[in-house]
Design a protein around this ligand. Sequence first.
Ligand code: PGA
Length: 253
Amino acid sequence: MTNAPIRPLIAGNWKMNGLAAALAEATAVRDTLPSLGGNAAEVMICPPATLLAQLAGLAKGSPLAVGAQDCHWAAAGAHTGDIAAEMVKDAGASAVIVGHSERRADHGELDRIVRSKASAAHRAGLTAIVCIGETRGEREAGLTLTVVRRQLAGSLPDAVDPTNSVIAYEPVWAIGTGLTPSTDDVVEVHAAIRAYLVERFGAAGQGVRILYGGSVKPANARELLALTDVNGALVGGGSLRAEDFLAIVRAAL
Ligand code: PGA
């Protein structure tokens, strides 16, 4: 088993925010990254699909990576309004978020759908950023680790390795609320995720990045990113302005 240090990933999830003018924020991130001291962290922005190709164009040749927020499981066909992983790749992205709790809630995405989307990402040569996390009710009922293990078992395809998959632990009650779990709780859940990954994927599971997400901001990023088995962050609201997002990136370096 290798224990090489894991390069953190700071991924911004713009959700359904951003018109063309928002590309100026991405441009500011791109232009600042080279001065931040090398390649210590991977930095990614996941814009809405309407901006994906433009953002990929402006990020090309720079250290800024680009991801999508969702994909369909099929490669092509009669799925009005959907976007295939192959199209995401073709637009210039290197990754795609799958199974975000907002998609699970808004679109009824079950673990098996998330799994097929993660497989589609792998088929297209994209990194799947697979999101999991408990609701407030599940946490209060003491079910957090049970839920997280069940979601991992159902949502991850068998081909997971450190190059094609990232896990994002996002407690649903912490998303967009300003609330975060205690550092002890984050460490406990990330340790359980790591244990699951190693149990199922062996040495490969040791190197898969586990991001924390949910109300990450400049004021708490350094503390969260220093925790054991926290290999980066998935950032929503804190990624919309270049200044905030870059402050979070700096906390990872
Ligand atoms: P938030 O969202 O940072 O705005 O809480 C995180 C996410 O949903 O990815």
